[in-house]
Design a protein around this ligand. Sequence first.
Ligand code: FAD
Length: 470
Amino acid sequence: TPILMWFRRDLRLSDHAALTAACASGRPVIPLFIHDPLVAELGAAPKWRLGLGVGALADRLAKMESRLILRRGADALTVLQELITQTGAGGVYWSRLYDPASVARDKDIKETLKEQGLEVRSFGGHLMFEPWTVETKTGGYYKVYTPFWNAVKELGVDTPRAAPKQIPAPEVWPDSDELDQWEMDAAMNRGADVVRPFVQLGELAAQDRLARFTADKIASYKDNRNLPGVDGTSNLSENLSLGEISPHQCWQAGERAMQEGKQGAETFLKELVWREFAYHLMHHTPHLLKSSWRKEWDAFPWKTDGESAEVMAWKQGRTGVPFVDAAMRELYVTGRMHNRARMIVASYLTKHLMTDWRIGMAWFEDTLIDWDPASNAMGWQWTAGSGPDASPFFRVFNPETQLDKFDPERAYTSRWIAEDRGKPHKDALAYFDAVPRSWSLSADADYPDPVVPLAEGRARALDAYENREF
Ligand code: FAD
C-alpha cells in the first residue's frame, strides 16, 4: 500500500519532514501535485512561477528514479480518492499550510479520508514555529513584533534534515497529466520572455544562493538591505514562498554566520522571523487577509476605484515620482521588488493617492513571483496603518528624501527609468517591451509629470486622517 506524498508549497527534497517520514515507512511513495481550485485562482505571476517550480521538482524526482504525478480536478479530495482507488494507497502525507482556505480544505480532506480508514498525516516545515505554539505569558498571541522575536529566538530551531537517499517507487505508476496541459502561464503575458531570467528556480539554485549570500553578503546585510540599487539581500523569498528552501535551512546558515562573527547575520534572522510573525498573525486573525486588522480602518475614506487614472499610473510605473516608478517597473519586469521600495510604493498608494490598501495588495498578488499571502497582507496593512504593530498613518514616506537616503547614487532609478536618458539601462528598456500595447508607453516619450504633487498628496492624506470619524 503506497503513500501519496502530496506536494503543495514544499517543492524540495531536503529538510522535508513529510517526505522523510514517507520514505522511512518502508512503503512505496507516490509524489503528487494537484491542480485544484486553490491553484486555479492564484494570481498570474505566482501561478506561472508555481508551474516552473513544479517542473523543477519533477525533474529532481526523475533523477532519483521517482516521478511527480500531476492531476487536475474540481477538488483535491476527489483527486485523492481517485488515486487511492487506482493505486491502493493506504496513506496521504503533506506539509501544512496556514492560510484559511488551505486550512479548511485540508481539514475536510483529513476528516473524510480518516473516516475511510486511511492514514493521513500532516507535517510542519513551512515555518520554524507553528503559529499556535508561540504564546504570550497570558496565553494569548503576539500583536507586536519585538516581543514575538524575543519569545521565539530562545526556542531553538530544528536542525534541517538531509534529503532522502532514495524514494521507494511503486511497482506501477498511476497516469499523470503533462504540466504543459495545465497552461500555468495562461494569464502571464511576459513570463518566458521577460521575467524568466530573473527567476531563481528550484531547490538547488536556492541552496546555492543561500551559500553565496552567507559567504559574501550577510556581513554587510544590515546596511545594504535598505539599498535597492545594491544586490545586498538574500533574494530567497520566491524560494521560501514555494518551499524550495526551508526557513530552517536559512536560519541555520544565518546562525552559523553569526557564530563566525558576521555582523549582519542577526538582522537576517530577524527578517526570517518577520515572515513567521506574518503567519502567526494570519493564524490568529485570518481577517488580516481581507479586511483592516484594526477594524475601524475600514471606515477610512479610501478611494476604491482600482482602475482610476491615478491607480493605473501607479500600476504602470508612470506616477512621475522616480522612486515609485522605478519600483513598479522592477516589479513588472522581474516579479520582485526590493523591500524598501515595497514600503515606498505602498505608502504612496495608500497615502498620497489615498487608495484602499487592498487594491495594492491585489496588484502585488498578481505580479509578484514571491507572493506570500501572510507577508503580503501584513506588509500592506503595516504600511497603510491599519495593521498590527503598524507604521502610523501619519508617517508618510517622502519618496524624494527616501531616494536621497537609500539611492544616493541613483543606481536604482537609473536601472529602471529610461525616459530622458541618453543611454538607458537594458532593464529600463525591457520594461517597455514587456508592457501590453494597450498601455501605449514609449521609452522615447518624456518622463511623466507627477500625477499628484507630493506636498498636495501628503496634505490631503493628513487632512483625511485628522478628520476621520474614529
Ligand atoms: P531578505 O532581506 O533577504 O530577507 C530574508 C527573508 O526574510 C525573506 O526572503 C522573507 O522570507 C523574510 N522577510 C524579509 N522581510 C520581511 C517582511 N517585511 N515581512 C515578511 N517577511 C520578510 N514578502 C514575501 O515573501 N511575499 C510577499 O508577497 C510580500 N509582500 C510584501 C508587501 C509589502 C507592501 C511589503 C512592505 C513587504 C512585503 N514582503 C513580502 C516582505 C519583503 O519585502 C520581502 O520578503 C523581501 O523584499 C524579499 O527579499 P529577500 O528575499 O531578498 O529578503
